[in-house]
Design a protein around this ligand. Structure first.
Ligand code: GDP
Ligand code: IMO
Ligand code: MG
Length: 439
């Protein structure tokens, strides 16, 4: 009954989509459990690039159950557009299932997200403005509209009225916006309901059936540990829990259904949006890595902030997620650097030094990395397929990271394509999983 969670160990965009797609080959089901279309997961397959926002990254494998779980917030326009786009590319989407309990992003959520950021001015979070925060707020306030509400016009309309009532003041500036017209909004959302009706299901039951049959289920996280609303760099976070524990709540399974947790991390760091970033490289080297790594947001196109690998934060992520393995992505991007740096401590104001991720926001905001220097390598490693193919300095870099964080590395990624990976000894059991399951 192996359930494996794929979780972002940094600030998102670690390559979760690529790794989930790779594991999906060996799995029977892929489940998204939180976040919404703030996510952008890229998969490159046979030279074709797929950018998924809501669709689980198992969708390129025909017939595999792909679930959008109850913990996800769904913008039904984006979902139906994504379905259309995949069908145009001849991808079979018939195995998609959507939780009836997932919440819906409504037009007023997007307007409020946008307006909230404008009001914050210089203090803004840099959200994706997709309505994520306001939608989760309504969920907690018990004013949310859920997927199942799309199937009944009367209920839908009543719930929209109830949800908009307490927002009257904040929505006043949009009074004439056609997107907020009650009748038009209800009709638009009923149309989405009609389009996705065939996919709506009790997804918790479907997933548990697979687990009970001993099949491999991949729980695909969105965002990353440091964007977690409880454990991340609050308030510069998203409005859900991207950490592994959240997979149980957002998919409707129990903690004992999770057997492995893989933390995905780049070989360096990136962050998009505002907030503390102790290893940020605000210089020509940062620019160089941004270009080499094509570090521009999948969802918003914004340039990502770039920095050295932060081992203080990574060890924190290992603890919060109880990681059983690490996956290091984008190691190829570091080729050509004579010296590499990894942060092993933070230095804050007044000479304060710490090995631990600071719990106090003020300390964190003043923290900068203290580094260990490691030798780099000059070779292009994008064609390496085994650890022995890698230059000794690259192997040493990986060993240093794994020993510092005390988590084995299962997989190393050396390029965007599905085949550009190196399975290590620790990852071999998963590599062989599909074959064993089929036997
Ligand atoms: P996600 O949100 O965690 O799924 O990550 P994104 O898809 O937003 O960002 C990761 C980007 O890096 C995508 O453009 C991937 O195609 C690309 N990528 C993934 N792994 C590698 C790798 O090992 N090397 C390189 N050069 N690119 C990679
Ligand atoms: P994937 O799944 C990187 C960031 C935003 C912003 C903060 C809050 O592709 O890794 P939100 O719209 O969620 O309220 O924005 O979170 N953010 C992401 N950063 N990758 C993502 O997803 C992100 N989803 C949200 O930039 O700083
Ligand atoms: Mg992304």
């Amino acid at each position: 009954m192996p359930g494996i969670v794929v979780v972002g160990a940094q600030w998102g965009d670690e390559g979760k989509g690529k790794i989930t797609d790779l594991l999906a080959e060996r799995a029977d089901a892929v489940v998204r459990f939180q976040g919404g279309n703030n996510a952008g997961h890229t998969i490159v397959h046979e030279g074709v690039t797929y950018k998924l926002h809501l669709m689980p990254s198992g969708i390129l494998h025909p017939g595999k159950l792909c679930v959008i779980g109850n913990g996800v917030v769904i913008d039904p326009k984006i979902l139906t557009d994504e379905l259309d786009d995949l069908r145009r590319r001849d991808i079979d989407t018939s195995a998609l299932r959507i939780s009836a309990n997932a919440h819906l992003i409504m037009p007023y959520h997007m307007l409020l997200d946008h307006a909230g950021e404008i009001k914050l001015g210089k203090l803004q979070i840099g959200t994706t403005r997709r309505g994520i925060g306001p939608c989760y707020s309504d969920k907690a306030a018990r004013l949310g509209i859920r997927v199942q509400d799309l199937l009944d016009e009367k209920i839908l309309k009543k719930k929209i009225v109830a949800a908009m009532e307490p927002k009257r003041l904040s929505l006043r500036e949009f009074a004439r916006d056609p997107r907020l017209d009650l009748q038009a909004m209800t009709e638009e959302y009923l149309t989405y309901g009609h389009r996705i009706k065939q996919y709506i299901a009790d997804t918790s039951r479907l997933v548990l059936e697979r687990l009970d049959d001993g099949e491999l289920v991949v729980f695909e996280g969105a965002q990353g540990t440091l964007l977690d609303i409880d454990h991340g760099t609050y308030p510069f976070v998203t409005s859900s829990n991207p950490i592994a524990g959240s997979a149980t709540i957002g998919a409707g399974v129990g903690p004992r259904d999770i057997t492995e947790v893989w933390g995905i991390t780049k070989a360096y760091s990136t962050r998009v949006g505002a907030g503390p970033f102790p290893t940020e490289l605000d210089d020509a080297l940062g620019e160089e890595l941004r270009e080499r790594g094509a570090e521009f947001g999948t969802t918003t196109g914004r340039p990502r902030r770039v920095g050295w690998l932060d081992l203080v934060a990574l060890r924190y992520a290992a603890r919060l997620n109880s990681l059983s393995a690490l996956v290091i992505t984008k190691l190829d991007v570091l080729s050509g650097q004579p010296t590499l740096r990894v942060a092993t401590r933070y230095r804050a104001d007044e000479g304060l030094e710490t090995d631990h991720f600071p719990y106090h926001q003020t300390v964190l905001h003043h923290s900068v990395g203290e580094y260990e220097e490691l030798p780099g390598w000059s070779e292009d490693i994008s064609d390496c397929r085994s650890e022995q193919d890698l230059p000794a300095a690259a192997r040493d870099y990986l060993r240093y990271v794994s020993e510092f964080v005390r988590v084995p590395i299962a997989l190393v990624s050396v390029g965007p394509a599905r085949e550009q990976v190196i399975w290590t000894q620790a990852g071999r059991s998963m590599q062989g999983y599909g074959a064993r399951a089929a036997a």
